[in-house]
Design a protein around this ligand. Structure first.
Ligand code: HEC
Ligand code: HEC
Ligand code: HEC
Ligand code: HEC
Ligand code: HEC
Length: 265
């Protein structure tokens, strides 16, 4: 008797066209920001300004697709693919000059307690390809808090966040702002101070000034009661356009992560 064993149709070789056989994964991944990261108007505009520099595509479309593609994570091998090594497979694009996400993650409490990128970035109840991130405003809810306290003649603002790496994660393209306003008894702005967190280029190259995970970052303001200030308001804002600075009261184009206020004695 001849027994024919059909090995579930697993191909010895599979080219990039994985979708016909893995429709669920392909459809789920197609909805993510990564899958179209070279096709968005924002990328196309900046890329044109950078004279279509090929270096951009090393992260945005290394396989010449609309964005990140199947083999960029699954590797160049053949079926059966080795399981995706987290976080090193991500580090190819999320650990680079101007991108410290994986590096910061490796030193975090999350990594030490066995939490991976996937625990935070996959949509609950979906498969392994529903990656979510800061491009979805809902994802930023309750991510960070700012608290105010007074000590001696100083105002102390402390910021904490729950991301498993720096805040903001990602590249030079994101920024977090702490905006502090001194208010008079009529609620009018007496003084305003802003501090920016994220990547910064002061002329000698890009430096990482993002908010470290797991510990408070403290900002101190001298003489907060100057010029008749009776209260201070703090807002923590998330910006997707690195060059833009939030105005005082209005902060169009920014997500508010947290807010706090304190009365001065
Ligand atoms: C951003 C990285 C990434 C990309 C891009 C990616 N995958 Fe995956 N894929 C994973 C991870 C993580 C797993 C979890 C299992 C593992 O470790 O292999 C996975 C698992 C799978 C599995 C096993 C079944 C399952 O759903 O867990 C299949 C099949 C698969 N991927 C197909 C694809 C296809 C097809 C594409 C392109 C449309 C794709 N993947 C793109 C990261 C990726
Ligand atoms: C001709 C159909 C076919 C094509 C094309 C195909 N696969 Fe698969 N793949 C399968 C089958 C069948 C399995 C066995 C497990 C299952 O039923 O999901 C599998 C399993 C997998 C797994 C699970 C781990 C493993 O290797 O056993 C991953 C990951 C995977 N494929 C990724 C891909 C990626 C990425 C591509 C494109 C580069 C691709 N596949 C192309 C049919 C295909
Ligand atoms: C404990 C949860 C947690 C873990 C673990 C985690 N992240 Fe994040 N990640 C977040 C949160 C929350 C944000 C949104 C706030 C921010 O920008 O940091 C974020 C933001 C990001 C961003 C920026 C997205 C954007 O659109 O600007 C990237 C990229 C990212 N994470 C990748 C990773 C990778 C890769 C890993 C694993 C090495 C990882 N994350 C591990 C919670 C996590
Ligand atoms: C080939 C490069 C590449 C690899 C590999 C890669 N990413 Fe990304 N990732 C990107 C790019 C480019 C973006 C920016 C997408 C955009 O906003 O246009 C991004 C964005 C993200 C975001 C933000 C999504 C959002 O909606 O804000 C998360 C989260 C993320 N990646 C997680 C991961 C994880 C986890 C892995 C590993 C399993 C991984 N990435 C592997 C290039 C990559
Ligand atoms: C090391 C990998 C890497 C390289 C190289 C890279 N990017 Fe990105 N890019 C990312 C990641 C990750 C994100 C998402 C998180 C963020 O915006 O910080 C992103 C986001 C962006 C965004 C914002 C997308 C949006 O919709 O908000 C634009 C625009 C962009 N990149 C353009 C470029 C251009 C132009 C170049 C080349 C000059 C480039 N990138 C090179 C990884 C990279």
């Amino acid at each position: 008797m001849i027994v024919v064993v059909v090995l579930a149709g697993v191909p010895a070789q599979a080219d990039e066209d994985c979708a016909p056989c893995h429709r669920a994964q392909a459809e789920e991944f197609a909805k993510t920001a990564m899958a179209r990261s070279a096709a968005t108007p924002a990328f196309q505009k900046e890329w044109a300004e950078a004279n279509s520099d090929k270096a951009c595509l090393a992260c945005h479309a290394p396989s010449g697709r609309l964005g990140v593609a199947c083999r960029d994570c699954h590797g160049g091998g053949e079926h059966p693919f080795a399981s995706v090594a987290i976080p090193d497979a991500c580090g190819r694009c999320h650990d680079a000059p101007g991108e410290s996400t994986v590096r910061m993650f490796k030193g975090s409490n999350a990594a030490r307690s066995g939490i991976t990128c996937l625990d935070c970035h996959l949509e609950a109840g979906q498969g392994h390809h529903a990656f979510r991130g800061a491009s979805d405003p809902a994802f930023l809810q309750n991510v960070a808090t700012v608290q105010l306290a007074l000590a001696d003649e100083r105002l102390i603002a402390s910021i904490r966040h729950l991301a498993g790496h720096g805040l903001p994660g990602g590249t030079t393209g994101r920024a977090v702002w702490l905006v502090l306003r001194g208010l008079d008894p009529n609620g009018r702005t007496v003084w305003i101070e802003r501090q920016r967190f994220g990547w910064r280029n002061d002329g000698s190259g890009w430096q990482d000034h993002s908010l470290a995970p797991d510990r408070a970052t403290v900002v101190e303001i001298e003489a907060p009661g100057r010029d008749g200030t009776v209260a201070v308001e703090a807002r923590l804002l998330y910006g997707r356009q690195p060059a833009t600075k939030p105005a005082g009261e209005a902060a169009a184009g920014f997500e508010e992560l947290s807010r706090a206020a304190i009365s001065l004695p």
